[in-house]
Design a protein around this ligand. Structure first.
Ligand code: FES
Length: 318
């Protein structure tokens, strides 16, 4: 995967617990283009790679902007970013990738929870620039913890933005059931934020009859998984015939790497999609937050960094 050397041009306090980092190319050249919804891998420190969505205008080529919520309970990436990354510092990043793209639609409904505003903000900028119809709902625990509120209030699309806070009056809180009550053929829903928020929005949309093809989402963190019933199974590599046992307590990715398989990976938690692998035979036990319900049901691809197997053997296109 190609990487870039960038410099932190500006560090900003965006909200309580949220820092913004503006990254420019070290050689001063234009950065590779990106589309709304894209993220970059940030090589935070040796062996620690984290994904952050780009929130600036995708038309800009001179900078990438990310915003990082400090999450002390997480695996250390955001804490390190907040404590160690300062203006003028060099960073290695991956080129932008997008698994959360806008699709052409008559109307787009953008729902952000907390730090999930980052890709949603880039989407709003693109939709506005294209003259497309959209509406944004931005939910947070309190105004002080919500990044980009001033920027949104001053944006040329401010009329399309609705802010909802948990600690505000009851009548301004998001009523997902009401908002999503009447799915329309040409309307696509995009949701990003904490798992609980996303699960609530997506479950409500499904209950209201939204087709899966009109639901788009990006998780930032893996959902907790019960591993108490995990057993041993076998993985077979179709191209070499190699067979490996995957015991409980080890991921397929770990076993493959131990067998010398050169499989790209990044988050190791089923969020980023980097380790996506084709399945030729067997039934994956999907545990990621990346594939759509339709992709999961097809059973032809899975994420070996976190998913396992329901069948005794899983044959992979490796
Ligand atoms: Fe990120 Fe597997 S490494 S989904």
């Amino acid at each position: 995967m190609s990487t870039l050397s960038v410099c932190v041009q500006k560090r900003t306090d965006e909200a309580e617990g949220i820092c913004g980092f503006e990254l420019v190319a070290e050689d001063g050249m234009p950065l590779p283009p990106f589309t709304a919804g894209a993220h970059i891998d940030v090589h935070v420190s040796p062996g620690l790679v984290r994904q952050y969505s780009l929130c600036n205008d995708p038309a800009e080529r001179n900078r990438y902007k990310i915003a990082v919520l400090r999450e002390p309970q997480s695996r250390g990436g955001s804490v390190y970013m907040h404590a160690q990354i300062q203006e003028g510092q060099r960073l290695t990043i991956g080129t932008p990738r997008n698994h959360f793209s806008l699709v052409p639609a008559r109307r787009s409904l953008l729902l952000a929870g907390g730090i999930g505003i980052t890709p949603i903000l880039a989407m709003a900028r693109t939709l506005h620039a294209q003259g497309d119809s959209f509406e944004m709902h931005y939910c947070g625990r309190s105004a002080a913890r919500m990044a980009f509120r001033d920027e949104l209030a001053a944006a040329p699309f401010a009329h399309a933005v609705h802010v909802h806070t948990d600690d505000g009056a009851a009548d301004q809180r998001l009523d997902a059931a009401q908002l999503l009550a009447s799915p329309e053929a040409g309307t696509h829903l995009y949701v990003c934020g904490p798992s609980g928020f996303m699960d609530h929005v997506l479950a409500t949309a499904r209950t209201c009859g939204w087709p899966e093809a009109q639901l788009h989402r990006e998780y930032f963190a893996a959902a907790p998984v019960d591993t108490s019933g995990d057993g041993t199974f076998e993985v077979q590599l179709a191209r070499t015939g190699t067979r490996c046992n995957v015991p409980a307590g080890k991921t397929i990715l770990e076993v493959l790497l131990a067998h010398g398989v050169d499989l790209p990976f990044s988050c190791e938690s089923g969020v980023c999609g980097t380790c996506l692998t084709s399945v030729l035979e067997g039934t994956p036990d999907h545990r990621d937050s990346y594939l759509t319900e339709v992709e999961r049901a097809a059973g032809t691809q899975f994420l070996p960094c976190c998913s396992r197997s329901k069948s005794s053997v899983l044959v992979l296109d490796l």
